[in-house]
Design a protein around this ligand. Structure first.
Ligand SMILES: [Zn+2]
Length: 1022
């Protein structure tokens, strides 16, 4: 009846302004844009896209005594809703970085030693970008640039009353606390005298504040719930801004942290991502020094493990390992700290490989919020044991802070604003209250940085005291996890275990968007593996120095671009312009290193060629291209003729066999003419017979029959097709580049070929060309069948101009099974092929790396690819997503030319018996042809055991001493393998993934290893 809450709300809002006494404009500000002076008038505006404006003035700081606080107040642009794609600025004082100023940080507290002196103020304003979509200029108004002195009583009353009132709004109306708090507020505000006499007014404020504080202190607060509040700012290394903007964002955000820490000693800040610290180290050494000091003092936490907060769908297992290896190394070398947990609040799904990788990096806990964004199902627990593919277990914890104003939604926020509503909500939403009452809340504006504000720090102090609210302590994530792990270990109640991947039921378009980065990432991962092996060979056999620095540089490019908005394809146009340049730089390094390594071991000779097999399995009957203008034939080292076919610019030559991690050389013998060969294929109308298959297609180019002669069975499902290219309408509800929604299935068109012709059919291979024209796009696809290889390749060129269309290739196969197997990091995962439950249909599009296999007990079909990730198997149809056409945030995403290959491999047995992973490896890393002869450069005399054991890396140890070999089991079996290196060594022993020795030192010359299902082992050989 007295509108108490609304009345108080109005009074408290008024107080905000009364906190600033003697407020006056800062005079004499000079504004310069691109070196040109522009007028600086309050009320006027400035504009630009990605533009900078500098404001400078000399300012005489008033001196009201050491107990006072002089404040600068700025409103010079609009930052945007927490994302910080818009305006931000950096305030420098006397040439030193002082604090970031943006819409969320309008206040600057001046240090007391400046009182009574003249200081040089310089504000570097950035206009920001439009936040994706059509580029446009940003307009920012000069609303004020003032100074004032803070009234401490008003400030205290403002924050105390504001937080008490906000608490009232979320506390049960019938509770004792509700009425006690509301009565106290009302009683205090009755004491304020709204008089024109300023002295009397502020005297009454003091009275009101004293009363409120006394009443609050007298209140009885009892709760066992604690919030561990960790200051944080989520900084996307690139997203709606480019890498170079991020460098500036980090400087602004970190300066703000330091500035606030001078006034709030309890403030503890956490930031992961060594990449960001490395930027500061390069750009602002002084700031870096100050950060180091705070890290030493224990109020600035650097941890979180990875080099950047990387996407965990696309990067390979070895990439995920290097993210942590290089991240942890930087943190150790620069700050002397170990890493304790993986911090990935905003990443779109978490590989089943992670628990093992983390455990073997000495990391015992993992934190995220993102799984709470699931479209269909809420995960059953927030604190649980996550069991990895190999059985390794770590602690997983989901942050549960709700978004303000979104009651009832389970979506959690990693950019909390520290409000009564969100703090209380973090506990309410948490589902494991029986085992834990200490809730982790990272707070601070983020995505584009910004971070914690003075409001948040003041709110925390107040909310901590208010009855009905949890206790809120500042803390760091490392100690939080230490406590949580102990609590879980000692829990008497059930602690849930999740045995499987943490699939995000959202953002399924990120497996496909921006095809270019996916391809560049895959190629760079493969090239880095190969170049490390080649350089180890160069080092071992010719004692040439291992190019540590260059490899590290190329790896940093790979890791940086695996950031969770770059590689998923969810960034603006300019980010991909930068990515192209970065990848080009990395490939240039690789090329240089490859040449260096090969020059070290090859004997140049015009009449011989060598082949390098970087795979750890024997390869048979693979075809290589030898470039030469001469006419002739090829002979192996025993003088036997090799099968070859003359093609444009050289020859296709079949390599009958090459051992793992080995080189072979063969001779080229000039002749007068090239000998006739006999075709291995029979061509008939709309069809071809190969040594393995009889293939028929219809006039539209869809394959209607693929008969496996060897296994005497039809591969195509009755009435179905294989390799039919289809366009799906792809207009997701939100997040265009990120998402494919389930309803895309409802609207699709199958493409029909305009032209089909046989390009060649000789002794090695046959090529049938299918051409498709549709919209303003074009596809030229070559189906390549081999005489000695069961794989059928679809070598595809696309000129892609479609928007909001998803291009897939579909395969209706004659297989009956309820699960398909998908290649993931460090192993493979089975996913259901039906939509029985919401958990099944949520996975209507999932990620796979180099292959997907769909097999019943006796027979199966594998789909391989050399740069694609989006896949599905539903009922009897396998699909591979090829191209997407998103219009936000990059309006021109994926427009242009694309080249990729995917393959079908029908086979007897399952993926293990059919060597599907090996076939996918061969597709991805064709044998390398070198010009010249290589002698005795095998890395191993023998690799015995199972060739399905994968060697992911052979590299120099990070310490510079010894060679690292990383192996892993890839089929879900126990395996024994023995390696006999062809180089001299004294000892070998096992290490963890951070290359710290864990096993005993061994001296045997044959290295015998036992592996359990999906186990990763790292060996250090010296
Ligand atoms: Zn993010």
């Amino acid at each position: 009846m007295f509108f108490t809450i609304r009345k108080l709300e109005a009074r408290i809002n008024e107080l905000e302004e009364y906190r600033y006494i003697n407020r006056k404009p800062i005079n004499g500000i000079v504004a310069k844009q691109d070196g040109m002076e522009i007028p600086f008038t309050i009320g006027s505006y400035w504009q630009g896209r990605d533009a900078y404006l500098t404001l400078t003035t000399d300012f005489d700081v008033p001196n009201y005594g050491v107990d006072s606080q002089v404040v600068l107040l700025f409103d010079l642009g609009t930052t945007g809703s927490g994302f910080n794609s818009g305006f931000e600025s950096m305030l420098k004082i006397n040439g030193n970085l002082y604090q970031g100023v943006d819409s969320n940080h309008k206040e600057v507290f001046l240090d007391k030693e400046m009182y009574g002196t003249q200081i040089k103020l310089e504000l570097v304003l950035w206009s920001g970008l439009e936040g994706g979509g059509q580029p446009r200029e940003m307009r920012h108004f000069f609303n004020y640039a003032d100074y004032a002195v803070l009234s401490p009583d008003t400030d205290d009353l403002y924050y105390t009353s504001k937080n008490m009132l906000e608490a009232v709004k979320v506390i049960d109306e019938n509770s004792e606390e509700y009425n006690v708090i509301l009565s106290a507020l009302d009683a205090a505000f009755m004491l304020i005298e709204y008089t024109t006499n300023e002295v009397e007014f502020y005297a009454s404020i003091k009275k009101a504040n004293d009363k409120l504080q006394a009443l609050l202190n007298a209140m009885h607060k009892k709760t066992d719930v604690t919030i561990t509040a960790v200051g944080h700012t989520h900084i996307d290394v690139a997203w709606l801004w480019r890498l170079r903007h991020t460098r500036e964002k980090v400087a602004r955000s970190f300066s703000t942290v330091l500035s606030l820490m001078r006034h709030y000693p309890e403030y503890i800040f956490q930031q992961a991502q060594p990449q960001l610290y490395d930027y500061i180290k390069q750009d602002h050494p002084e700031l870096y020094g100050q950060i180091k000091k705070k890290i030493d003092e224990g109020v600035w936490e650097v941890d979180g493990a990875m080099w950047v907060e990387a996407d965990c769908n696309i990067p390979s297992g070895e990439s995920l390992i290097r993210q942590i290896l290089y991240g942890a190394k930087f943190i150790k070398d620069e700050f002397g700290k170990d890493v304790h947990y993986l911090w990935l609040p905003d990443v779109f799904g978490y590989s089943w490989a992670l628990p093992q990788i983390l455990k073997k990096c000495g990391i015992s806990a993992f934190a995220t919020t993102k799984i709470s964004w699931n479209q269909y199902n809420r995960m059953p627990h927030d604190t649980f044991i996550w069991r990895g593919i190999d059985g390794s277990e770590i602690l997983a914890h989901f942050i549960t802070t709700p978004y303000p104003g979104r009651k009832g939604s389970w979506g959690a926020n990693y950019n909390d604003e520290m409000l009564a509503e969100t703090i209380k909500g973090a506990y309410t939403n948490y589902r494991d209250k029986q085992i834990n009452s200490d809730i982790l809340v990272p707070y601070g504006y983020g995505d584009g940085g910004g971070g914690v504000t003075r409001d948040m720090l003041e709110n925390r102090r107040r909310l901590h005291k208010i009855p009905g609210m949890p206790n809120i302590k500042t803390g760091n994530v490392r100690d939080y996890f230490k406590r949580l792990i102990k609590r879980v270990e000692n829990a008497e109640n059930y602690v849930h275990t999740w045995d499987g991947e943490l699939y995000l039921e959202y953002h399924r378009g990120t497996y496909t968007s921006q095809a270019f980065v996916k391809k560049a990432n895959r190629r760079l991962e493969e090239s880095l593996r190969e170049v490390e092996i080649l350089n180890i060979a160069g080092f071992l056999f010719n004692r040439k120095p291992y190019p540590t620095e260059d490899i590290r540089k190329a790896y940093e490019i790979l890791l940086r671009n695996q950031f969770h908005d770059i590689i998923p394809g969810s960034s603006i146009t300019e980010v991909y312009e930068d990515a192209r340049e970065e990848y080009a730089e990395a490939f240039a390094i690789i090329q240089k290193l490859e040449k260096q390594a090969i020059d070290n071991i090859i004997i140049k000779n015009n009449n011989s060629y060598s082949i390098f097999n970087s795979a750890n399995f024997t390869r048979k009957n693979e075809i290589v291209f030898v470039k030469t203008d001469e006419v002739g034939c090829f002979a192996d080292k025993d003088g036997r003729n090799m099968v070859a076919e003359k093609v444009d610019g050289g020859y296709l030559v079949e390599i009958p066999e090459i051992k793992p991690l080995n080189f072979i050389s063969f001779a080229f013998i000039k002749t007068v003419s090239f000998a006739e060969t006999k075709s291995a294929f029979n061509v008939f109308e709309n069809g071809i017979e190969t040594p393995f298959y009889k293939i028929k297609w219809n006039d539209g180019g869809q394959i209607i029959s693929l008969y496996d002669k060897e296994n005497r069975r039809e591969v195509v499902k009755s009435g179905g097709f294989v390799n039919y290219l289809s366009l799906y309408e792809d207009k997701p509800l939100r997040f265009d580049a990120w998402d494919i929604d389930i309803f895309h299935y409802q609207k699709k068109k199958t493409l029909n070929a305009n032209s089909i012709y046989i390009e060649k059919a000789d002794s090695l291979s046959a090529e049938i060309v299918f051409e498709y024209n549709f919209g303003t796009s074009k596809i030229i696809q070559k189906m390549v069948c081999y005489a000695e290889n069961r794989r059928i390749d679809f070598v595809t060129y696309v000129n892609w101009n479609e928007r909001n269309q998803l291009l897939k290739s579909c395969f209706d196969v004659n297989i009956r099974e309820t699960q398909a197997i998908y290649d993931i990091q460090c192993g493979n995962v089975a996913r259901n092929t039906h939509w029985n439950t919401s958990w099944d249909y949520a996975k209507f599009e999932t990620v796979a790396h180099r292959w997907v296999d769909f097999s019943q007990r006796d027979y199966g079909v594998a789909l391989l690819n050399n740069c694609k990730y989006g896949h599905s198997v539903l009922n009897q149809t396998m699909t591979i997503s090829l191209l997407k056409g998103a219009v936000y945030p990059d309006i021109s995403a994926d427009i242009g030319e694309h080249e990729f290959t995917y393959s079908i491999l029908p086979h007897a047995g399952d993926f293990v018996g059919a060597n599907v992973p090996q076939a996918a490896h061969s597709l991805n890393q064709p044998l390398k042809v070198l010009s010249g002869q290589i002698n005795n450069c095998s890395l191993f005399k023998s690799i015995c055991g199972d060739e399905s054991v994968v060697i992911d890396a052979i590299k120099q140890a990070e310490s510079g001493e010894g060679i690292i070999i990383r192996l892993r089991e890839n089929t879900g079996s126990n395996k024994a393998i023995s390696l006999q290196p062809a180089f001299n060594f004294i000892t070998w022993q096992e290490t963890d993934l951070l290359e710290r020795v864990i096993g005993e030192s061994n001296h045997e010359k044959i290295i015998e290893i036992n592996l359990t299902p999906y186990e990763i082992k790292t060996l250090l050989i010296k």
